[in-house]
Ligand binder design. Structure first.
Ligand code: 4AD
Ligand code: MG
Length: 446
C-alpha cells in the first residue's frame, strides 16, 4: 500500500503510521550514521531522521550530501517526541525511503547572519526562511480577517481603478504612467470612487494596491502598499471611530486565535496585542499637541525635547506619534487635525474651519499611524471652494462634484494600511518584511 501524502502541519494525526511528505531540505545536521534532516513543505517544518542501518546505501549517501533547499520526497514513520524541533514540532519522521527531486546549487542564504541588502536582493529565496514564512502567513490572516469582518458587517466590496486621471490624495506623490498619447497616474487611494459607489450601495469598501512616489526613506513607507478603504453613507466621525475600533480589534484577535505558532517564531510578545479591544481612547489634535509639549518640557535630554516639541498647525512626525501612543495601552484615535495638513475633501469643523473632521488611529509600541480617515465635504459649493484653494483642476473633478448634486449625504470613510498593520502585529522594526516583494525608493528588484 502506498503511504498517504500528508502535510507536516497534520503529522500529529498520523502517529505510528508511515506517511510521505513532499518538500525542501531546510537544514541538515550530520552525525555520521545519523542524518537529521529538517524538511519543510509549506505547511511547517519537521525533522526527518535518516539512519544508515535502515536505508539502502545509495539513498542514505544521497541524503548525506544533499545541499540546503534541494527538493525531495520523504517517506517514513511518524513518531511523537516532545523535543522534536520544527513547526508545529513534537513529531518526527523516521525515514524509510526518500526520493530526491532536484539537487540544489549552493544556497546563498545560510543560517549565518546576512546584511539586509543582501537578503533583499535575494527576496525571492528569502521568503522561504521561517521568519518570513511566519510574517507572510500572518499577513494572509490579516487580509482574510479584514475581508471577512467587512463582508459579515454589511460592507460590499466594490473595486476601484488603479489607472486614474487625477490625484486622489495629494499631487506631490503621484506616479505617472504613459497612457497612449496621454498621462495617467497610479491610484494613491480608491476613496473618490468609493464615494460614488457608496451612493449606490450604502456601505462599501475597496481593497487593493495603492501607489505613492514618497521620496521618504523611512521604516514606515513603501511606494506600493495595500490599503483597505471602507466608505459609509450617513456616518459621522463618531460612527467612524466606533466602527474602526471594532474592526481593528477583530483583526488583532483573529491573528491571536489563528497564528500563535507564527507569533512565537517571531518571538512577539503577545500581551500588548491581547489588550487591543474596543473602546480605544480618543484625543483631539489640540490635546495631542498640549501633551507633546508637556512631555517635551518634562524631558531631561535637549535632543528629546526638540524631537517632541511641536507648534500647533504642524503635522506629527514619527517621534510625536510614538510618544503619543506610549501614553496609552491600546491604539489611540487623534481627531480634528489642522485642515492645512490634510487632504482637500475633509469636512471642516463647524465654527472652526482651521481644523477638520479627520481621525487617525495610532498603533501602540511606536508603529504610528495605521488608519487615516474623515467625514467628507458633502456640500458642493464648499467642495468647489476647497478644490480651487488647493489649486486642483476643477474639470478633472467634475464627476466627483456630481456626487454632491444628486442626493448628496453626509458620509465618512477611512483607509487602513495593510503593511503598517502587519509590522505592528508582528512586532517588526521595518515595513520592508511585511509584503512579499517590497517596493521602496531604491528598490524594485526582484
Ligand atoms: O492617511 P492616508 O493617506 O489616507 C488615504 O489615502 C485616504 N484616502 C483613505 C480614506 O479615507 N479612504 O493613508 C491611509 C493609510 C495610512 O494610515 C497608512 O496606514 C497607510 O495608508 N499608508 C502607507 N503605508 C505604507 N507606505 C506608505 N507610503 C503609506 N502611506 C499611507
Ligand atoms: Mg494619513
Amino acid at each position: 500500500m502506498t503511504p498517504p501524502i500528508v502535510l507536516i502541519a497534520d503529522l500529529q494525526r498520523y502517529e505510528g503510521q508511515t506517511v510521505t511528505v513532499r518538500g525542501w531540505l531546510y537544514d541538515r545536521t550530520d552525525k555520521g550514521k545519523l542524518q537529521f534532516l529538517k524538511v519543510r513543505d509549506g505547511s511547517g517544518i519537521a525533522q526527518a531522521v535518516a539512519f544508515q542501518k535502515e536505508l539502502p546505501e545509495p539513498i542514505f549517501n544521497a541524503l548525506r550530501s544533499l545541499p540546503q533547499e534541494s527538493s525531495l520526497i520523504v517517506t517514513g514513520i511518524v513518531r511523537a517526541d516532545q523535543r522534536a524541533p520544527g513547526f508545529p514540532g513534537g513529531y518526527e519522521i523516521g525515514v524509510t525511503d526518500a526520493q530526491i527531486i532536484q539537487v540544489a546549487d549552493e544556497y546563498p542564504i545560510t543560517p549565518k547572519e546576512h546584511g539586509i541588502e543582501f537578503l533583499m536582493d535575494h527576496r525571492h529565496l528569502w521568503v522561504r526562511s521561517s521568519r518570513q514564512w511566519a510574517i507572510l502567513r500572518i499577513r494572509a490572516t490579516i487580509i482574510s480577517a479584514i475581508r471577512n469582518w467587512l463582508d459579515d458587517h454589511g460592507y460590499l466590496l466594490v473595486d476601484t481603478p488603479i489607472i486614474t486621471p487625477t490625484a486622489g490624495e495629494s499631487t506631490t506623490e503621484l506616479f505617472e504612467v504613459k497612457y497612449f498619447e496621454d498621462i495617467a497616474y497610479l491610484a494613491q487611494t480608491g476613496q473618490l470612487y468609493n464615494e460614488a459607489n457608496m451612493m449606490s450601495f450604502g456601505k462599501v469598501y475597496c481593497f487593493g494596491p495603492t501607489f505613492r512616489s514618497e521620496k521618504s526613506k523611512t521604516r514606515r513607507h513603501l511606494t506600493e502598499f495595500w490599503m483597505v478603504e471602507p466608505e459609509m453613507a450617513f456616518f459621522t466621525l463618531e460612527d467612524l471611530m466606533a466602527m474602526e475600533e471594532e474592526f481593528v480589534s477583530a483583526i488583532v484577535q483573529r491573528v491571536l486565535e489563528k497564528n500563535r505558532m507564527e507569533l512565537s517564531i517571531l518571538e512577539r510578545d503577545t500581551a500588548p496585542l491581547e489588550r487591543v479591544v474596543a473602546p480605544f481612547p480618543r484625543i483631539s489634535y489640540d490635546e495631542a499637541v498640549a501633551r507633546l509639549n508637556r512631555l517635551a518640557a518634562e524631558a531631561s535630554d535637549p535632543e528629546e525635547q526638540a524631537a517632541l516639541r511641536i507648534e500647533w498647525g504642524n503635522d506629527f512626525g514619527s517621534p510625536h506619534e510614538t510618544a503619543l501612543a506610549q501614553q496609552f495601552d491600546r491604539p489611540v484615535f487623534v481627531y480634528h487635525y489642522p485642515t492645512a495638513v490634510k487632504a482637500f475633501y475633509m469636512q471642516p469643523v463647524p465654527g472652526r474651519p482651521e481644523v477638520c473632521r479627520s481621525v487617525d488611529l495610532l498603533a501602540p509600541e511606536g508603529y504610528g499611524e495605521i488608519t487615516g480617515g474623515s467625514e467628507r465635504i458633502h456640500d458642493r459649493a464648499l467642495l468647489e471652494e476647497r478644490i480651487a484653494q488647493i489649486g486642483l483642476n476643477r474639470d478633472h473633478y467634475a464627476w466627483y462634484l456630481d456626487l454632491r448634486r444628486f442626493g448628496s449625504v453626509p458620509h465618512a470613510g477611512f483607509g487602513l494600511g495593510v503593511e503598517r498593520t502587519v509590522a505592528w502585529i508582528c512586532g517588526l522594526p521595518h515595513i520592508r518584511e511585511t509584503i512579499p516583494y517590497p517596493r521602496m525608493l531604491k528598490r524594485t528588484y526582484p
